[in-house]
Design a protein around this ligand. Structure first.
Ligand code: NAD
Ligand code: DAU
Length: 337
């Protein structure tokens, strides 16, 4: 079996390639990635020696590059995207070009090559926001109601993927997953930003009142869910994926990190809120549990500690990532470095 993985040099994509090469060692993997600021071949250190693995630098919005890369593939797993909400607020255009137009190009080429399964990795953010007091969760029947240019672009891509199934019969699956955390996550996202700032002796910026709730999932659980969908998921179906049920707000997550790193709350700095900030995400993952037998195996407390240890042990990795361009972005976003 040959898999084309797009966006495999990013956070989840690189974790997925590590997962796949150890669980399906006979499969061939082509990693197709533009290497934007978020793409980093260091995330795949060691994997490049595997004879079944190859890397192609390319852009999913180039039909020529995608055609070359997809030739001979059986399965496509599309992780490639612009992924950071705050950057989408600063500059929406790249989100539309990659997430919407790029996905459409992948779909066209997948049709041409009669790909056996097109797996599109999406997000729970397409559903918009829950109220803090809501007891209901997002599920596969929840209406789309995206609030940021990022989530709107992911919603657009999901609609396109589904339309290629209904209109052309392309064998697709979509997964809508909640917030991932774990090794190799770019330090613009809350958890790695908080860990690395604390390790550098800097403050942790908390948006608004800090009482926003996310549904945290350890990245390996996400990889295992995608594996099960590829093996046993019903063609044309969407699966929601989420963490161990625990509604926890950003302040509490940051306090856990401070506690593990033996720092006090003077490291917290309240900053201006994200415009259009979604209050709460919470995912009902009973469909994937009942149909495919998946449930998350990694709890937040233990795996947050493991993740912090990874960032402590891999300071060279994140210090290289927090480079000149990163600091430029940071200054633009937070007003200080
Ligand atoms: P990331 O930002 O860490 O990585 C994205 C990767 O895509 C990078 O390697 C980048 O170079 C590549 N890329 C960007 N534009 C490209 C283009 N035009 N052509 C080819 N490659 C391109 O993202 P991530 O957090 O690993 O997310 C991966 C996918 O999972 C995304 O589709 C995202 O929407 C989805 N997702 C993420 C989360 C999360 O919590 N991180 C949760 C649910 C879903
Ligand atoms: O829900 C899945 C989504 O999770 C993915 O689709 C996105 O790609 C991924 O970036 C993530 O989006 P969020 O916006 O939820 O993640 P982020 O880490 O940016 O923010 C998490 C919460 O923390 C959110 O409420 C905003 C807040 N926050 C974030 C940053 C970066 C802060 O309070 N301060 C910060 O500096």
């Amino acid at each position: 079996m040959k898999l084309l993985i797009t966006g495999g040099a990013g956070f989840i994509g690189s974790n997925f390639i590590r997962y796949w090469t150890s669980n399906h060692p006979d499969d061939e993997i082509v990693n197709f990635d533009k290497l934007t600021y978020a793409g980093n071949l260091e995330n795949l250190k060691g994997i490049e020696k595997n004879k079944k693995y190859s890397f192609i630098q390319g852009d999913i919005s180039s039909i020529e590059q995608v055609t070359k890369a997809m030739d001979g593939a059986d399965i496509v797993v599309n992780f490639a995207a612009e992924t950071h909400v705050d950057r989408s607020i600063l500059e929406p255009a790249p989100f539309i070009i990659t997430n919407v137009a790029g996905t459409q190009i992948l779909l066209d080429v997948a049709l041409k090559f009669e790909i056996k399964r097109f797996m599109h990795i999406s997000t729970d953010e397409v559903f918009g926001s829950l109220e803090l007091e809501d007891t209901n969760k997002f599920n596969e029947r929840t209406n789309y109601n995206p609030a940021s240019p990022y989530s709107a672009s992911k919603a657009g891509s999901d609609h396109l993927v589904r339309s290629y199934y209904h209109t052309y019969g392309l064998p697709i699956n979509i997964s809508n997953c909640s917030n991932n955390f774990g090794p190799y996550q770019f330090p613009e996202k809350l958890i790695p930003l908080a860990i690395t700032n604390i390790l550098e002796g800097k403050k942790v910026p908390v948006y608004g009142d800090g009482l926003y709730v996310r549904d945290w999932l350890y990245v390996e659980d996400h990889c295992r869910a995608i594996d099960l969908i590829l093996q046993k998921g019903r063609i044309g179906e969407t699966y929601c994926i989420g963490g161990v049920a625990e509604e926890i707000n950003n302040l509490s997550v940051i306090k856990k990190i401070l506690n593990i790193l033996e720092k006090d709350e003077s490291s917290i700095e309240y900053v201006k809120d994200r415009p259009g900030h979604d209050r709460k995400y919470s995912v009902d993952w009973s469909k994937i549990k009942n149909e495919l037998g998946w449930s998350p195996l990694h709890g937040l407390d233990e795996w947050l500690t493991q993740t912090i240890n990874w960032y402590k042990d891999n300071q060279d990795w994140w210090k290289r990532v927090k480079n000149k361009d990163y600091l430029k972005y940071y200054k633009k976003q937070y007003g200080t470095v």
